[in-house]
Design a protein. Sequence first.
Length: 389
Amino acid sequence: MEDVKKLSMLRSQIDGTPIGRVATAVFPTVGPEDRVSDALSAMRSSGFQEIPVTDGGAYLGMVSYGTILKKKSVMPDAKVKSVMKSLPTLSADTEVTRAAEHMVSTNSRQLAVLSGKKPVGVVSRRGLTGIAAGINALKDIKVWEIMSSPVESVGANGMLEDALEIMRALDIRTVPVVDSANRPVGIVGMKEIIENNWKTDAKSIGDLHKSPRVHISVDSVCVRSVTTLDWEDSVEDAANAMKEKNISTIPVTDGGELVGIITEYDIIQLISACRAGESMFVQISGLEDEDKPYAESMYADIESEVSKISKIYRPESLIIHVSRHNEDGERKKYTLSAKFFINGWTINSKEVGWDLVKANNDLVKKLGEMIVSRKDSTVSYRKHRKAAA
């Protein structure tokens, strides 16, 4: 992307679409006293990963696929209210870029549209991606500008448990499958893992991770008809492919070799960043409630480092996603993934650590070092990536 003016132009086009045009009026709901297994069943049959929880027609919150899977000890017979979470809600007047911002900050896939206290629709990432598919200006933005790179993948001869571990560690739902030459040959997602492992008589969600079937090869369950994009295709091409093929994740290749991945989430991040206007947009997403008290220190460290970076290039937006997982009993380990839009580049970086604030500080310093290393280079990001391939 050239600069924030392009983001401002995109914002005017995106927010010209009423939220009602991208909301679906047909969606499942569950009650607070329903079972977790009922919610999972509704998710599998509908394709929704967040479902509104209602009581007497009134909205109470959302039950999320991700939340259930993180709570390995939850029983299938547990009440939905025990895993229900609060997510931002939308109205008919909510701007599309604001809806995207909410999705990024909460790492959610669906948000409820309310009329009073009653849910009247659900907006999904797919709906927002559909808007992007109709915006001609996105022809000027290349896939490499917003894709995630490097990308985690699993070999076709790898085990299903390897794919599950990548999903759990990075808080993602889909992993590309590659051959010995690093060419994408398939996709494996949480849907395939659930369908091949979940049993109605399971004692807990944790049984999924202990199932003998996670020890089978990825090749036996992955989706083989994989759609790919060339890294110089446009974001409009990506959005159209997602819309037409009803997919959320597309491997990106250069000369047939996997060099990145673009998802609906990447496009939602772009839409969200359009709210930045003339100021830099910074967002930390994925924080659990008990980690939110650390946000102030994290933003302070970001501000300190960005002030140094601003002397070199003008930053456009920075989004850091936090995922948390247990590595040592109840001790939490964090994976922080950053996407930094600056001077026409997308800089991706990652940091893993036990201390959230320190990992964040190390991450932003790493980003600063990456920017400084480019200071005297006259090679564009596109040429830089080709030289590195």
